[in-house]
Ligand binder design. Sequence first.
Ligand SMILES: NC(=O)c1ccc[n+]([C@@H]2O[C@H](COP(=O)([O-])OP(=O)(O)OC[C@H]3O[C@@H](n4cnc5c(N)ncnc54)[C@H](O)[C@@H]3O)[C@@H](O)[C@H]2O)c1
Ligand SMILES: [Zn+2]
Ligand SMILES: [Zn+2]
Length: 379
Amino acid sequence: MKAVVYQGPFDIAVEEVPDPRIEQPLDAIIRITTANICGSDLHPYEGRAPLEAGMVLGHENMGVVQEVGPGVNRIKVGNRVSVPFNIGCGSCRNCDAGWTSACLRANPSGRPTAGYGYPMMGPYWGGQAEYLRVPWADFNLLELPEGTEYETDFTLLSDIFPTGYHGTELAQVCPGDTVAIFGAGPVGLMAAHSASLRGASQIFVVDKEPDRLRLAERFGATAVNFAEADPTEVIIDCTDGFGVDCGVEAVGYQAHDPTGQEHPEMVLDKLVEVVRATGRLGIVGVYIPQDPGAATETAKQGRYAFNYGQVFDKGISMGQGQCPVKRYNRQLRDLIIRGRAKPSVIVSHELPLEAAPEAYEKFDKRVEGWTKVLLHPAA
Ligand SMILES: NC(=O)c1ccc[n+]([C@@H]2O[C@H](COP(=O)([O-])OP(=O)(O)OC[C@H]3O[C@@H](n4cnc5c(N)ncnc54)[C@H](O)[C@@H]3O)[C@@H](O)[C@H]2O)c1
Ligand SMILES: [Zn+2]
Ligand SMILES: [Zn+2]
């Protein structure tokens, strides 16, 4: 089959690789109809997360079931399915409690998390390819209505729509709450959509990319360009001096100032300033335990020197981590089907697999208009 193969930093290629096959009785093989490029793919792409050459990329996958192992009995050949980016075994203590993001059995390294085509998430190939092997298929796969309707909405169910929603869940966004979201990439935009679905009274979205901020406005948010104004001043002013009830971090460890210089702690600091005393903070932007390429000595060791003193002083609660997609994807699917949610507003490009090298480069440089890229292997 054809697949997007990682060669090294800033170097990916579309190559012929062996087709995946059923390896375990509970496996399924999916014929991929759509696989997306994610901001998380940029961490290995830029060499900021170690990945072995030869790995097939892609953790945001959907398609049609092509073949199932002898132990699969819920999912059938021909089903249209969304594949959560987390791989869960379905029976360990964490999967049992709904934390498929921290499965204790799926990653042979023993690290409590597994996924497709990603550093340190196990040996599983990704789905930026014609076919994908899905382990524990009955447990992991979400069924979708047959056909091709809502393809560009459903494809966001494998990661970023649930992840944005998870940010608002960790921040406990309730009807009437005010919310500040840092980052207007796909994840921040999905957090804005989710905050609106949960009944927030005002949503601020902070970024410096005008095209992304315009999309935030389409979800009803107030855009704040941090290259033009200090977000703390703007948000405190608009909330009678108190600050917002909830904050969502959707930037991660490569947070930077308007000149592009990285300051890994700057968004956390800003969020602590703009969230009111006793408010809540959901952090879904990624921070990592080791980052040799980091801008500061402390961040190289995963120590992020933000103002924890103020977190304590204000009694702010914080939640963070990888999104357990299965917790939310069914409900978000049904909001799409019933016309209440329209996440595909952010999709900017639909391209064949062959266009992946160019698409990675454009998305990585945040070229104007390259917000969310979908690859269609069969195109
Ligand atoms: N927790 C999870 O399960 C999970 C899942 C998917 C993605 N992520 C992570 O979420 C983060 C965002 O993903 P994405 O796909 O939206 O990525 P992205 O890189 O496209 O978006 C990040 C945005 O942050 C903006 N930004 C940079 N510095 C900023 C600052 N100081 N203030 C405000 N905005 C700033 C950038 O301009 C960019 O638009 C990444 O760290 C990604 O790895 C986490
Ligand atoms: Zn992703
Ligand atoms: Zn498990």
